[in-house]
Design a protein around this ligand. Structure first.
Ligand code: NAP
Length: 494
């Protein structure tokens, strides 16, 4: 009998109001149920938001360095439990153990970084135009934050939201993706162990419509921090706009690597393989287009093909595995449909394009690493986010054309260029319309001390991580202190 996990509300682990549960499956072996989680509803959201609202008054007055001490303890607990957290994550999400360890490490980095922010949370002091007057701006908490998170980074993404939210003095209600609730339960347990007061962090599991929507619409939620697909983000933005609340959206990508004719081709191939097939292509920053100078197209395609065909698929817990399963069956069907579309559009399938049916993959949602050549930049496989192990090779005449191809996308998250020419590198940095650009490195590999996010359809202008995250999770308060002892009127001449 699978273990039953509960919601975390006001410092207690509680069953949902309806008492129903849903199963969490291992995508590498869909017959394995990892646990049963609460199928919550608006009633549970109401309880959680009420708890978060009540906890606000005390938490916002707790000195930020003291809030930081709790986050330091969270970081230390994450370090201590890294291996078991990573193993649980591989079981419920599928990516290989090396990557789930990295995912937990991102949470560690964020917790240490955020804890330190407790002694900064810097504002500004500027001179006043009047004598005997002092001017400053300080950061204030926003209030109750609702965090809605996807399944592909089950530790990192919740950390990106919870750590800055809490250090800034907000309280939070978080809803994990229904494919990865266990990883979030594991993290919340560590926050509890670290001494976070009841009500400051609450967790409610359940589906988007029954938990995510009531959260986005709740009048006492002041900010919705969402990461997920563009369609869901659009729906959340409409709900938030109706309630006049602030919201930040981190959404899809159609990321590209440019390979110039002067590139180190081995390095570029390694980067493209890691970007396309790491996390089985299920990263928002995954490389799904590689744009290659015609002069080196044949050589580079051969290199990619050889490396793609040498990748081993299997259970992410097996150290020999390079590529784990897709998150679930419906995602596998989606990837299969896109491969069909690619064929119909006239792209040339070089390898993959089908379910993985080897013995070690038969019970999981495995898909073969796939390469398409002769891809036209306007084909659907080159325009739409597939979120699977599918890489399209597109030929280009030179840098200008390559930049045009990269920018011809409704998304703008990550881009990369491989070149030895510093002029080309800086031209690319200036011209690529993406929130992140890598030089001689793949489209993936963000570090938490820098802003993360994208342009165009990838986001709504905000950035997570780094000091930039505080722009989402705090409100500016401007303070004027007049110590002149007389009425002074700014801008008014006597
Ligand atoms: P998703 O289907 O949009 O789900 C994301 C979260 O929203 C989940 O918790 C989901 O709950 C919830 N949700 C679903 N429908 C909802 C609704 N109508 N109202 C409120 N909440 C709702 O996305 P996903 O498939 O989990 O994640 C993959 C997507 O995330 C990709 O597009 C990827 O590019 C994007 N992503 C972006 C970033 C970034 O930083 N830019 C990072 C990682 C992933 P359920 O799980 O219960 O459905």
């Amino acid at each position: 009998m699978a273990k039953v996990y509960k919601n975390y509300i006001d410092g207690k682990w509680v069953a949902s109001a309806g008492g129903e549960t849903f199963d969490n499956l291992n995508p590498a072996n869909c017959k394995q149920v990892l646990g049963r989680f609460q199928k919550s509803s608006g009633e549970d959201v109401e309880r959680a938001v009420t708890a978060a609202f009540a906890a606000q008054a005390r938490w916002r007055k707790t000195p930020a360095p003291k809030r930081g001490e709790i986050l330091y303890r969270v970081a230390e607990l994450l370090v201590k439990n890294k291996e078991s957290l990573a193993r649980d994550m591989t079981r419920e999400m599928g990516k290989v153990l090396k990557e789930t360890r990295g995912d937990v490490q991102e949470g560690v980095d964020m917790a240490y970084y955020g804890a330190g922010e407790g002694r900064r949370l810097a504002g500004e002091t500027v001179p006043s135009e009047l004598p005997g007057k002092f001017c400053m701006s300080v950061r204030m908490p926003v209030g109750v934050v609702a965090a809605i998170t996807p399944w592909n980074f089950p530790n990192a993404i919740p950390s990106w939201k919870l750590v800055p939210a809490l250090i800034a003095g907000n309280t939070a209600v978080i809803k994990p993706a229904s494919d990865t609730p266990l990883s979030l339960v594991n993290i919340v347990q560590l926050f509890e162990k670290a001494g976070l007061p009841p009500g400051v962090l609450n967790m409610v599991t359940g589906s988007g419509p029954s938990v995510g929507i009531p959260l986005a619409e709740h009048p006492r939620v002041n900010l919705v921090s969402f990461t997920g697909s563009t369609d869901t983000g659009a729906e959340i933005s409409q709900r938030c706009a109706k309630g006049m609340k602030r919201y930040s959206l981190e959404m899809g990508g159609k990321n590209a690597i440019i390979v110039m004719d002067d590139a180190n081709l081995d390095l570029a191939a390694e980067g493209a393989i890691w970007g396309a097939f790491g996390t089985t292509g299920q990263r928002c920053t995954a490389c799904s287009r590689v744009i290659v100078a015609k002069k080196v197209l044949k050589k580079f395609t051969d290199l990619l093909l050889r490396r793609t065909q040498s990748l081993r698929c299997g259970d992410g817990l097996d150290p020999k595995t390079d590529v784990g399963p897709l998150i679930n069956e419906s995602q596998r069907q989606k990837v299969q449909r896109y491969c069909e579309i690619g064929r119909q559009e006239g792209a040339r399938l070089l390898t993959g394009g089908a379910y993985h049916t080897a013995r070690e993959c038969k019970d999981g949602s495995f898909f073969q690493p796939t390469l398409f050549a002769d891809v036209d930049p306007r084909m659907r496989i080159a325009q739409e986010e597939i979120f699977g192990p599918v890489l399209s090779i597109i030929a280009c005449g030179g840098l200008e054309e390559a930049v045009e191809i990269v920018n011809d996308s409704k998304f703008g998250l990550s881009s990369a260029i491989y070149t030895q020419d510093v002029n080309r590198a800086f031209t690319a940095i200036e011209s690529l319309d993406t929130g992140i650009t890598y030089i001689n490195s793949s489209t993936i590999g963000a570090e938490i001390q820098l802003p993360f996010g994208g342009t165009k359809g990838t986001g709504n202008g905000h950035r997570e991580a780094g000091a930039a995250a505080l722009e989402i999770f705090t409100e500016w308060k401007t303070v004027y202190v007049d110590y002149s002892g007389k009425l002074q009127k700014a801008q008014i001449e006597d």
